[in-house]
Design a protein around this ligand. Sequence first.
Ligand code: LLP
Length: 427
Amino acid sequence: MGESVLTAGFAPADGALACEGVSLETIAHEVGTPVFIYSAGAIRDAYTRLDRVLAPVPHRLHYSVKANSSLAVLALVHSLGAGVDIVSGGELHRARLAGLTGPDIVFSGVGKTERELREALAAGILLFNVESEGELRLLDRVAGDMRLTAPVALRVNPEVSVDTPHHYTRTGERGDKFGVPYGDALAVGRLAFTLPHTRLLGLDMHIGSQVSSVDPYRDGMLRLLELVDDLRAAGAPDLRYLDIGGGLAVTYDAEDPIDLDAYAATVLPNAAASALKLLVEPGRYLVGNAGVLLTRVLYRKEGGGREFVITDAGMNDLLRPSHYNAYHRIDSVRPRGGRTRADIVGPVCESGDFVALGREVDDVRPGDLLAIRSAGAYGFAMSSNYNSRPRAAEVMVDGDRFAVITAREQYEDLVRRETVHPTWRTA
Ligand code: LLP
């Protein structure tokens, strides 16, 4: 199962790796490199798999925009039936451009600004996943100013133990900055249904990302269910939603992705027991394995006993290896057959700029194409212009067609908002 999911949408055809019916060589030739390439079919398949296992209970998938926020990706998941989970005014803007409307949107995030709260209230979003008492009070004031009532789900830190490949991606353990500490949740929840301009409609958690065990989902849900009971007993009049966040793991290497049947077996009875509508916020699960970063080998060199393959994609394009020490499989688009062990590094002027260290790969030559796998989530979305490198293009493939969904940045884009001649103001 791991292998078929990892390779979803990408398979060799006539000696070269293709995405669905389009050769990656064709895309490199027409669009250049580096380029992110997404399989629409793989995104559809992942959506369908997850949506199906949750079918026994009333539910909705709210795709987590941060994983891959390109407009065409948002429009695709929306066309499948998904709403979205946003974490900023910028993501709200994107979601609306992609055709999502207020009722499709839940808004998470530990530091929402007053401006963002106003924008989301004006958009009529489904839920604010409120993460602190301070945020709740500000939301109440802003909603009052706007003569509106703000729909609230309290994001609770369930304080369970969560295992993920890197501690940066754990969010549901005691002491994490996210959510209302479990011990304060009843009091803050009570406040949410007593304040004049907020309405407590649900509870929310998000325990972490790339979570492959169902245990923390079970533990977290049980804690939320206790709180649902306590809030009902305290007179909460209107609970409707139980949002259990995202985090479902995919396969990068040989590790197991989350077992969807086990996930369903854990989540469904608890969701049913709550009698609330289940919301889930998958990001990586829908898009992670559906994308590759296609890069061209610029040079080979040896030095100090190490072998280097230097590619035209760097840490500004794919930050995950240097930031989280994350593993991404690397395949030659047209394998030569021989093998070599090398550091696969980018052009950025940092020794931390690598895709893989000491990795056995095809014995590539300059000009060859490499597909860095499982780059559909947190790839382009985390890319930057570091070293004044224009950001890569993005391409979507659907069957035997492909389209550029994000044009490659040009040098002018890098300096569009800058000036050589500042307009000075006096204090
Ligand atoms: N909901 C909330 C409130 C989140 O903060 C996140 C991710 C998600 C949903 C979606 O999680 P997913 O289903 O994609 O695991 N940059 C890191 C991942 C950071 C995830 C942050 N929050 C990485 O590249 O691994």
